[in-house]
Write a protein that binds this ligand. Structure first.
Ligand SMILES: Cc1ncc(COP(=O)(O)O)c(C=O)c1O
Length: 341
């Protein structure tokens, strides 16, 4: 293999803007978005709201901020939030919901990062007893990152959404990879958003934009989120250059996620032949593999061959397929796994 050739399977966040996206960014109309005057940001927000079937949307720097804004704008300090023990906010967002939101996470241990309506019901706290922290929000992740990219089906979301409405709780969907979910479930993405009060999604993962996420919801919630975004220092000025990349991604890149899913399937089928054991199913673009001999050592051996993966546990590595890995990269990854396994 060419020594310079690198196949980066650590995450779909490593995707870089291509030539056409950079051209769209260079040509972007811009203004001061803190004054609400950036035409490209306004267009992206309107497009995002329409795609998700929501009243409004807010452009934010990251998926982490989108989740935090969803929490801040739909809860009060002292409330509790039901979420999966495998979820991104519970594991990887520096405890911001506790530190900034004053929120108590009520994590559900579950399978594949998903929760059923029954599991949610069993964790709700709603009582006048002042010992307890009332549950006012449920947060799901679609697809689940630590669950191997597993999507929620629309019916599963409908059951959780119904429960939330019956119990007066809000439902947030961390849809960092919701377009992967929609393609895997063969539904319009709005069908996965319908039962959720707020839905966030990331432009900077498989869609290939350099930066940015959107939070979508009611006009009232997004108005509140806008204030919190400013408070957190997330008010950006001529952000239209970034929004233009997002508009380009939404226009041209969503369908390409199917190719990432195909490559993940082909990778899995090929390496299974070398005796690789998988921790979880891989219905979209994320593959978790078990390494009895130690994940970090295996990661390092693959890196020597130009294939980068992430060690996510002592015996677990993750490979994520994305638009910067083509069929040549897939073949190189399979060859490297064959050599080291
Ligand atoms: C499911 C999920 N939610 C949220 C995030 C956070 O996104 P960001 O890195 O843009 O803050 C990630 C990032 O990988 C993610 O996988």
């Amino acid at each position: 293999m060419n020594e310079e050739f690198v196949v980066d399977l650590r995450s779909d966040t490593v995707t870089r803007p291509d030539v056409a996206m950079r051209a769209a960014m260079a040509a972007a109309l811009v203004g001061d978005d803190v004054f609400g005057e950036d035409p490209s940001v306004n267009e992206l927000q309107a497009r995002a709201a329409k795609i998700m079937g929501k009243e409004a949307a807010l452009f934010v720097p990251s998926g982490t901020m989108a989740n935090l804004l969803a929490f801040l704008s739909q809860t009060r300090p002292g409330d509790s939030v039901i979420l999966s023990s495998e979820s991104h906010p519970f594991n990887y967002e520096s405890a911001n919901m506790a530190m900034i939101g004053g929120l108590l996470p009520r994590p559900i241990p579950d399978s594949f990062g998903k929760m059923t309506a029954e599991q949610v019901r069993a964790h709700i706290i709603q009582t006048d007893d002042p010992h307890y922290s009332p549950t006012t929000l449920v947060a799901i992740e679609n697809t689940t990152n630590r669950g191997g990219g597993t999507p929620y089906m629309a019916e599963e979301l409908a059951a959780i959404g119904l429960l939330c409405r019956e119990r007066g709780m809000r439902l947030h969907c961390d849809g960092a990879r919701i377009f992967n979910a929609a393609l895997a479930c063969e539904v319009d993405v709005s069908a996965l958003a319908r039962d959720c009060d707020t839905v966030s999604f990331c432009l900077s993962k498989g869609l290939g934009a350099p930066v940015g996420s959107l939070l979508t919801g009611t006009a009232e919630t997004i108005h509140a989120a806008r204030r919190f975004r400013k408070m957190l220092g997330g008010g950006m000025r001529q952000a239209g250059i970034l929004a233009a990349a997002g508009l380009y991604a939404l226009e041209h890149h969503i369908g390409d996620l199917r190719e990432d899913h195909r490559r993940a399937r082909e990778f899995r089928a090929a390496v299974e032949g070398f005796g690789v054991v998988f921790s979880l199913p891989s219905p979209t673009n994320i593959v978790f593999l078990e390494v009895e001999t130690g994940a970090e050592a295996m990661r390092d051996r693959l890196a020597v061959r130009g294939v980068h993966v992430m060690a996510t546990g002592p015996q677990r590595i993750r490979a994520v397929f994305h638009r910067d890995v083509d069929d040549t990269g897939l073949a190189a990854a399979i060859a490297a796994f064959k050599a080291v396994w």
